[in-house]
Structure formats: structure tokens, C-alpha cells
Ligand binder design. Sequence first.
Ligand SMILES: [Zn+2]
Length: 443
Amino acid sequence: MRPACALMHTGTVTITFFDHETETLPRERLRALQGSKLVAVLDQTYGTNQFVTAKLDAAGVSPGDIRTVQDLVGLPFTTKAELLAAQDEHTLSTNCTFPETAYTRIHQTSGTTGTPLRVFDTAESWDWWGHCWGFVLAGAGLTPQDRFFVPFSFGPFIGFWAALGGAQRVGALMIPGGGRTSSQRLQLMADLGVTAMACTPTYALRLAEVAREEGFDLSTIPIRLTVHAGEPGASVPATKARIEAAWGAKCHDHAGASEVGAHSFECQVQPGGTHAIDSEFIVEVIDPTTGEPVSTGEEGELVITNLGRIGFPVLRYRTGDIVRVDDSPCPCGRTFTRFAGGVIGRADDMVVVRGVNIYPAAVENLVRGHQAVDEFRVTIVRSREMAAIMIEVECRAGIDGDDTARAVQASFESALGLRPEVASVTRGTLPRFELKAQRFIVE
Ligand SMILES: [Zn+2]
């Protein structure tokens, strides 16, 4: 069944929904829906999924103990290390609920940090992925009138693969953009009249940089909205502002993970954060050290249970992402959970420099606030108890790099009380990225 795309007017923005009824359910009905889906997940996986069965048995939990979403806290957490071990113990993974013949897709994580984790989908669970992306794309305002460009190399990384299913459900015209250089992609976008695009925030800025270098006029592309995943950039205010200015389009954040699904998105109101898709996931925010829930409004680690991927489920998966719930109502009318500022950072990415807790997103926001900076790289040097930050900036042609470096340093001093070493490097020195950027190096 294809959910209806409902429209609602709020001020000057026409709000589009993927499934208006579900997205605006009263919270207690959403909780009841989550509870019934959770019971169904356990019914279908306990006894058939070796990984889930062993975890519940080891924790002394019987599926019958879990009747409502409140009972979820009785289940053990799942970690990435456990899923990696599960793929070493089986020809696929012990977390596969069904025999291999039931599966139609394999993907693996990008592998930027260690061994790639393989994930498996049945036709049903892949449909569910597309369904989740429907919430993401309709939430950003995508409609059947849009021409939706996806400049992604369609390889084993799950990335934007499921965005195609989402675009199909919304009814937009999807244009695959793999196997092309940035210049060729820009030309294709102009030729085909692209109105929407999904890519990493880094690549949106890279495409704009290539356009500037080559004298390509971005206004020849009638783009009006972009959706970004893979990095927190679209919720980093300075990065968002830069993408919106470069493209003359509204920029929307989205977060997902190979092992979890496409779980949260930014609505058209752009309230400075994202919504979790509460009908398809149960989200919790915990203290990463104690595992206990934090109070609403406090930062903590995002823990997710997915409700539609029976063939490869995760129960209370520790994402490592840091979020903060904002329980004030969103002007868009959705009752889905809100994360203020989207994913704020990764638990393991935070560094303490002279007593100041610093996430890469905060550093990015400060550096991107300087329009002269095209690209940057941050090196954190740890020696004994102390840590120091060194920043390299690469500026636009015709800009005095030393002036810019001093300005960047001054903004760190006023915002964080730190005086990092900032150096201007010649153009072309720093690497450019088409997918996830690696701008933060810890030595
Ligand atoms: Zn909203």
C-alpha cells in the first residue's frame, strides 16, 4: 500500500507528509504502535534468529516478558562489535533470521573506521528501507513534480541506495548520478533540470566549488531542495548556510546507518534539528557510561531498535551518536521525536582540549563560518593529558590565506576560549571527498 502524501499549510510553507496520519499520531498511540511492532519483531526472531535468541537467553529474558515499549529496557544492548563477531561465526551472520535463499541484498559499511560490517536484506526488509526513505524525502518536501538527482557511486556501501526506493514511493523522477566526474554531473543536472539532490554535505560543497572553479553557473540548475546524510554537516549551522547559499536551495539533514536503517530526517520547517521516524524505530537516549536513560533535553548516546527489518534486526543498538531530545512541539505538526541539532557528534569523536569538550561538528561550524575557506583539516595531537588542535585551511583563489588563518584562530578564541594553531595551505593541498569526509585526524 502506498501511503498518501498529505498537504498542510503552515504560514508560507506547504508541508508535505509521507503518511500524515501516522506522522501526527498522539504520542501515546505512537508508543502503543511501537509496542505492538516490538512484540511482533520478537515473535518472529526469537528461536529463529541465532544472535537474538542467544542474547535474550543470556540476559534471562523471555520474549513473553516484553509486552509494551516500556518493557524494552529489560532487553540487553546490541553493539557493533557483537554484530562484527556475528559475521565471523556464520557464512552470512548469526543475526540473519532466515536461510540465505530468503535474502536479496547484501551491503557493507563504508569501512572508514575498521572492518566493514556486512548487512543483509530480504525483499520485505528492503521495501521497508524504501518506506523509511519515503518519510525522509516527503519530509524534505519532495513531490512527484521533482527531478531527483543522486550523485552517488552505487557500490556495496548502502549510502543512498534506499533513497531510490523512497523517491519511487513519493513518485519523483529519479536520476542516478554514479560513474561521472563532478563536471559531468553538473552538466547532467542542468541538462535534465534537476530540482532536488541527495548527497553528503561535503559533496554538495565540493560540487559548488567545482562549478565556481570552472565558471559553471549553478543558477542554470533549477534545484530547490537538497537532502544530506553520512555526516552531521546539514545540521551544522555554518555548513547548512553555505550549502543553501551556494545552491539557492533548502538543505535538509537526514541520519541513518547500515545496521539500523534510515531513522531520522529534517522537516521543511527546519526547526534546527531532525525527527526520528517513531513508527519504524524506537529511540532511546542513554548515558554512554552507565547505560541509564538521560533526562529529556540532556545529551546522550542514541540507542535504536528497528521495527521493520525482521531479516536482520537490531534490538537496543548503541549507535555511538550523541543526540539531545527536544520535546517541544514542531510547527510542522509531526509528533515524531525531535533531536535538537540532529546528530551532535560521535561519542568517540569528542576530545577534551584544555578542559573544553569539543566535537568535530563544533569545529566545522566555526571554520565554515569563514566564507574564504574552501576546505580544511583538523589534527588533534594528544600527548599525555594534554591535547592540542592544529587546523589547516585552504582558501579560495585571490584570498590572503594568512589573514583568514588569523580570523579563524580569533573565532576559536572567542567561541571556545582556545587558541589553536591555524595554518593556510596552498590550493589543492587538502583532499576532496565524494562521500564521507575525513577531516579530523587524531594523533
Ligand atoms: Zn517538524
